[in-house]
Write a protein that binds this ligand. Structure first.
Ligand code: IMP
Length: 430
C-alpha cells in the first residue's frame, strides 16, 4: 500500500497533523500539496508541542523525506522562521530531509496585506480568513502573475516578475485601501536573504521525485491541509479557502495520477468545529458547546481564534466520504465527549419540512437546514489512557459502532488525546 492521502473531512482542525505524524514513522515521504501557512498542524511528542504551518508533519521522523509540492502557496518569510524554530528544537537536522518544489507559488508580504485589507473593508461580509494571504497568492497563480519558488534563484527574472506582480497590488493598497505601497527594493533585498536560507531545500522536479519514489515502492503519504467543507469548489462557498482541499487535490498539487493512490483516510473529530464565518447546522451556543470548546482546547493553531463548536454532522461526513472517496476513517478527540450525559449525532436534515440525508451543495442552502439528531447515552470515565477498544466504556464503543454503521466506512483509528501514544489502532492502515 504505498500511497495514502490524509484529508480533513470537516472544516479543518480535525487533527490531521497527529495522524500524519504517527503514519510518518512508517512513511518514506510526506508530501504537502495545497494551502499554505493558513494551516496549523499541532504535534505533541513527549509532552512537547510543535506547530507546523508549511513544513510537512513528517518532519519529526528523521528518515522521512518531506516535500512541499507545486500546489502549495509558500510564504517564504514564515517558512524561514519555521525552519529556524525546528532547528532550534533539535529537529530537521539534516537539510536533505526537506524538499521545496521549484514550481510552488511564492507568497509574500503584499499578499498578506491585501488579504487583511480586504477583510477589514468587508465589514459585515467578512469571510473570516486567517489573513495569511492565501487568496491573493492563488489569484496570482490563476492570473499567471505568480512568482514560483524556482524564480527566486534568478535575480533578474525575479525583479521583473516582482514588479509585474506588485504593480496592481500597490494600486489597490494605495488607492482603494489607503495604505502604504510596497517598497519593491526593500522586499527584493529581503527575498534574497530568505532565498539563501532556503537554497539547500530546492527541488527542481518534485513530480519526478515523487514518481521515482512510487516506482520504487516507497511509502508516500500525501498530507492535506484545511478540510473538505472549506474546498474552493465543493465547500460552503464563499466561506471557503482558496485551494482545493479534497483528496483529488493530492494528485493535482503534487503531479501524480489518481491511479497511484491506494487509500484515502478521512480525519473527523467526534464533534464538529469551524473557524471563520459561514453556515454550521449543528453549532451549539449552550453549555455543551462550551464544554467541547474548553475541554477540546478549540482555539486556532494559526490565529488563536476561538473555534465554533457543535455536534458531529453525519450528513456532512457522508458528503465528505463521497467527494473524497474516503476508504478509512480516523475518529479524533473522542475523549472530549467524556462527561457529557448524552451525545447527539446529526443523521439527517430537515429542509422545508422534508427530511433528507443529502447534503445541499447550492450556496446558501446549508443555512436553511435544520439538523435531526439521534441521541445516545454518554460516559463519565476518563478515556485518555485507553489502548484498545476494550478499554473504552460500553457507551463509547456503541457510539463508535453507530458512527461506522451510519456512514458505512470502517473506523480504523481512534484518538483519545493529543499525544502520539493516545491512539487506538483498530486496524493497521499503512
Ligand atoms: P483563508 O484560507 O485564510 O483564506 O481562510 C478562508 C477560510 O478558511 C476561513 O474561514 C478560515 O478560518 C478557514 N481556514 C483556513 N485555514 C484553516 C485551517 O487550517 N483550519 C481551519 N480553518 C481554516
Amino acid at each position: 500500500m504505498p500511497a495514502l492521502v490524509v484529508i480533513g473531512s470537516q472544516w479543518g482542525d480535525e487533527g490531521k497533523g497527529k495522524v500524519v505524524d504517527v503514519f510518518s514513522s512508517q512513511s518514506d515521504y510526506v508530501v504537502r500539496y495545497q494551502g499554505g501557512s493558513n494551516a496549523g498542524h499541532t504535534l505533541i511528542v513527549d509532552g512537547k508541542k510543535t506547530v507546523l504551518h508549511l513544513v510537512p508533519s513528517g518532519v519529526l521522523h528523521p528518515n522521512t523525506k518531506c516535500i512541499i509540492s507545486t500546489g502549495v502557496v509558500l510564504d517564504i518569510e514564515t517558512l524561514v522562521q519555521e525552519i529556524k524554530a525546528l532547528k532550534a528544537n533539535g529537529l530537521l537536522q539534516n537539510d536533505e530531509q526537506l524538499l521545496i518544489s521549484d514550481t510552488a507559488t511564492v507568497l509574500l508580504s503584499y499578499h498578506r496585506r491585501l488579504d487583511q485589507a480586504r477583510e477589514q473593508d468587508a465589514k459585515n461580509e467578512k469571510i473570516g480568513t486567517t489573513g495569511k494571504g492565501i487568496g491573493p497568492a492563488y489569484e496570482d497563480r490563476a492570473s499567471r502573475k505568480a512568482i514560483l519558488f524556482g524564480d527566486l534563484f534568478s535575480p533578474d527574472k525575479l525583479k521583473e516578475k516582482l514588479k509585474k506582480s506588485i504593480d496592481e497590488k500597490n494600486f489597490l493598497l494605495e488607492h482603494k485601501y489607503k495604505e502604504e505601497p510596497v517598497d519593491i527594493d526593500k522586499l527584493f533585498t529581503d527575498i534574497q536573504g530568505w532565498t539563501e536560507e532556503l537554497r539547500p531545500y530546492r527541488c527542481k522536479n518534485s513530480p519526478y521525485e515523487i514518481h521515482q519514489a512510487l516506482k520504487a515502492d516507497k511509502k508516500v503519504l500525501f498530507e492535506g491541509a484545511q478540510g473538505t467543507l472549506l474546498d474552493l469548489l465543493h465547500g460552503t462557498y464563499p466561506f471557503v479557502t482558496s485551494s482545493s482541499t479534497i483528496s483529488g487535490s493530492a494528485c493535482i498539487g503534487s503531479g501524480v495520477g489518481p491511479n497511484q493512490i491506494d487509500k484515502i483516510v478521512g480525519i473527523t473529530k467526534a464533534y464538529t468545529t469551524r473557524v471563520g464565518s459561514g453556515p454550521f447546522p449543528t453549532e451549539l451556543d449552550d453549555e455543551v458547546g462550551t464544554h467541547l470548546g474548553t475541554v477540546g482546547h478549540e482555539f486556532g493553531a494559526t490565529t488563536g481564534r476561538k473555534r465554533r463548536c457543535g455536534w458531529l454532522d453525519l450528513v456532512a461526513l457522508k458528503y465528505a466520504i463521497r467527494i473524497n472517496g474516503i476508504t478509512n476513517l480516523a475518529l479524533m478527540k473522542i475523549d472530549v465527549l467524556s462527561g457529557l450525559e448524552t451525545v447527539k449525532l446529526c443523521t439527517d436534515y430537515k429542509v422545508n419540512g422534508e427530511k433528507t440525508s443529502v447534503y445541499p451543495t447550492t450556496p446558501g442552502d446549508l443555512s436553511e437546514v435544520e439538523p435531526i439528531y439521534k441521541e445516545v447515552p454518554g460516559w463519565s470515565e476518563d478515556i485518555s489512557n485507553a489502548k484498545s477498544l476494550q478499554d473504552l466504556p460500553a457507551n463509547a464503543r456503541s457510539l463508535i459502532s453507530l458512527i461506522g454503521a451510519e456512514v458505512g466506512i470502517p473506523i480504523d483509528v481512534i484518538s483519545v488525546g493529543p499525544g502520539r501514544k493516545q491512539t487506538i489502532w483498530v486496524k493497521p492502515l499503512f
